[in-house]
Design a binder for this molecule. Sequence first.
Ligand SMILES: NC(=O)c1ccc[n+]([C@@H]2O[C@H](COP(=O)([O-])OP(=O)(O)OC[C@H]3O[C@@H](n4cnc5c(N)ncnc54)[C@H](OP(=O)(O)O)[C@@H]3O)[C@@H](O)[C@H]2O)c1
Length: 295
Amino acid sequence: MRRLLITGGSGYLGTWVALLARDGWDVTATYFSHPTDIPGVAWRRLDVRDAGAVAALVEELRPAVIVHTAAVNPGHSADDHDFMAVNRDGSGHVARAAAAVAARLIHISTDVVFDGRKGNYNEDDPPSPLTPYGRSKAQAEEEVRKAGAEAVIVRTSLIYGWRPRLARQVRWIVEAAQAGERLRLFSDELRCPIWVRSLAAAVVELATLDYTGVLHVAGAQTLSRYEFGLRLLRHHGLPPTAAVPVSVRDSGLVRPPDCTLDCRRARSLLRTRLPGVDEVLRSLGDGRSGRPPYA
Ligand SMILES: NC(=O)c1ccc[n+]([C@@H]2O[C@H](COP(=O)([O-])OP(=O)(O)OC[C@H]3O[C@@H](n4cnc5c(N)ncnc54)[C@H](OP(=O)(O)O)[C@@H]3O)[C@@H](O)[C@H]2O)c1
């Protein structure tokens, strides 16, 4: 079996890529601070800030494909230095290591490389990030391009899911509502949330294709943060009154208002479907029971 290396295998998306890839690939996944165990997957510790360690691991394993999910995300750090060291520099180290062994690289990027003024962004729209995280991810894309690896840059949106644990985007809403807090959610910040399982399946499919360049891979439904929150509350049997719509404009915060992605290219390239939130929730049934198909 051909070898596939996942950076950030202990993370939310990385876990799902490992789960879906392990039947068809010889999978090694890396963790940084959370050792993880998934049967059928080999594990190594890796700090992507360490260029020598990245090069040595890739040279040793000589994977056919590297899926680079490792990153510092908003919520884990607000520190510009962390974002740049892990997201920009770490991605450069991974991309150069991939190029050195002619591995195909699937690099995970984000919709917030855009400033959100236009919306419905396609793959040819130039990045214009507003936030420190967005800037680090936009510069990571540049590092990937410069490294000269055979690479796909997958830009995606809010990742949600329930297994093997609640995704960050779900957890904070559910936990706050359960604690009786009122959630102030933006009604004028638009995204295309994607179910982790469909994103991971798209990534695993991309590992087998020869497409290179940028690809927008997000869910089919545009929702505001508020509309997304209402759906999650309903799915968990929590009262919709826990969420209060607020406006980015009134908040005084600098946030990209409309980072929706045009995913027509991915839809014509991939067999993997990229359903919207309502379709996913319908297919999962009532989440309150906690039983399958609560995926
Ligand atoms: N979550 C979203 O809504 C969202 C939206 C758009 C794009 N993305 C992108 O999608 C990708 C996956 O996101 P996610 O939510 O699955 O991330 P996540 O759950 O926060 O996982 C991050 C992963 O990166 C690893 N990591 C952190 N610092 C590291 C370092 N210095 N060296 C090596 N590994 C390190 C973590 O390891 P440990 O846990 O072991 O420390 C973990 O495995 C990221 O590239 C992110 O930017 C995410």
